[in-house]
Write a protein that binds this ligand. Structure first.
Ligand code: SAH
Length: 401
């Protein structure tokens, strides 16, 4: 068994069961990509079993802090089974959910989403890459499903020195079960493309926030709604499901991806909503918000769900300015009593910092508001006590005074 010896004092985070070992913490030792290493303190004390990654700044990711454990097929099967069991206890109003959420499920670098009868997986670290055949078998066995599509095309693969891989990892699925799927979430249906869509095809993490938005729409019966960064129209469909068609509400949805907008349009139709009730704009949100301000437009509800502006804390400052800017514009466009659902999915922006950004956007806009709720990722994207980085998605519901 190969060993990774840490520098003096660098064992502290592992003793707190944080799973990452940075290159700067390593004194000596190495292994092949994904090979299991025994991680020791400078004094030679056992700390963890970890998967080695020769090129990543995260040089190793801990599998286990128990010296008696063996990292083998049985171990991985136990972890997969535990993650799936946990989902059966979570409150998930959908036929689709995240089954494995990487570090939070003790499987660093593995993301697996279930869409109905199909699994979509991302292998994002050398450790899970090395054990891919075992994990495939475990995932199919513990779900009883047959189809698993691989979407290992995230940027983080590069940091791990891994090539981009996409395609069916299981045998090709039965006829009629391709890469164009429809999921059932709450009381609506949403089509997705697991081959060409973002990430694994859909943003499952916003499930509960979409539901909250539908509830606000139902209670407050917004007349004009603006859904910024709409992707495949999840928040648009949610709003429409809560609004009474008799009041002729109108929803404007914006995204810069033509493919996403095409799907969003189809999703509105799929749920039987009137085409006259919505407009889709292929545009840059920032530019459109400015244009709407110039035109004197206002909205009763606005969703701001931008992409990750700050992947890590190092990008936080520039990202903070970008978040503040769109929030300032959105708050100005809101009618009194109007509601803003605003989000950040940046791991580099903490909950507190996000709150401060929105507060300072309000100050600059000259707009005060009630912070009605704090939102987060749906429970199948858990954060754990040992891995605070897991808290990446945060949101606020603000009602303009
Ligand atoms: N709210 C969505 C997820 C949003 S993901 C849901 O519930 O499913 C972020 C989206 O922002 C992506 O679809 C991406 O295409 C879009 N996007 C990124 N930069 C943009 C920009 N400058 N203007 C408009 N859309 C943008």
């Amino acid at each position: 068994m190969k060993t990774l010896r840490l520098r003096a004092g660098k064992e502290k985070s592992l003793l707190r069961r944080h799973p990452w070992i940075f290159d700067s913490a390593v004194a000596k030792g190495g292994a092949d990509p994904g090979e299991t290493v025994r991680v020791e303190s400078a004094e030679g004390r056992f700390l963890a079993w970890a998967a080695f990654s020769p090129t990543s700044k995260i040089r190793a990711r801990a599998w286990s802090f128990d010296e008696a454990e063996r990292i083998d097929a049985a171990f991985l099967n136990r972890r997969v089974a535990a993650a799936i069991l946990a989902r059966s206890r979570f409150d998930i109003a959908s036929d689709s959910c995240r089954l494995i959420h990487g570090e939070a499920d003790g499987l660093p670098g593995l993301v697996v989403d279930r869409y109905g009868q199909t699994l979509v997986a991302q292998f994002l670290s050398c450790g899970v890459e090395r054990f891919k055949p075992v994990l495939l078998e475990a995932l199919l066995a513990h779900t009883g499903l047959k189809a698993l599509f691989e979407r290992s095309d995230a940027n983080s693969r590069e940091l791990e020195g891994l090539p981009i891989v996409t395609g069916w990892l299981s045998e090709a699925p039965e006829a009629g079960q391709g890469t164009q799927l429809v999921l059932q979430e709450h009381q609506w249906q949403l089509g997705l493309d697991i081959e060409r869509g973002h990430k694994t095809g859909f943003y499952l993490d916003q499930r509960d926030s979409r539901w909250r938005f539908a509830q606000y729409a139902q209670r407050l019966q917004f007349k004009r709604v603006l859904n910024c960064f709409c992707y495949t129209g999840g928040f648009t469909v949610a709003a429409l499901s809560g609004l009474s068609a008799a009041a002729a509400p109108h929803i404007t949805s914006i995204d810069s991806s033509a493919l996403a907008l095409e799907r969003a349009r189809a999703n509105v139709a799929l749920n039987g909503f009137d085409a006259a009730a919505h407009t889709f704009l292929d545009a840059d949100v920032n530019a459109i918000l400015r244009l709407f301000l110039e035109q004197g437009k206002t909205f009763d509800a606005i969703v701001l769900d931008p992409p990750k502006f700050a992947p890590t804390a190092a990008h936080a400052e520039r990202a903070a300015r970008a978040y503040k800017d769109i929030n300032r514009l959105a708050l100005k466009l809101l009618t009194p009593g109007g509601v803003l659902f605003t989000f950040s999915c940046s791991g580099g922006i903490s909950v507190d910092l996000f709150h401060k950004i929105v507060a300072s956007a309000g100050l600059d806009a000259g707009v005060d508001g009630f912070i009605l709720e704090r939102l987060g990722a749906a429970p199948d994207h858990p954060m754990t006590i040992e891995f605070p980085e897991g808290e990446y998605l945060k949101g606020l519901v603000v009602m303009r005074r």
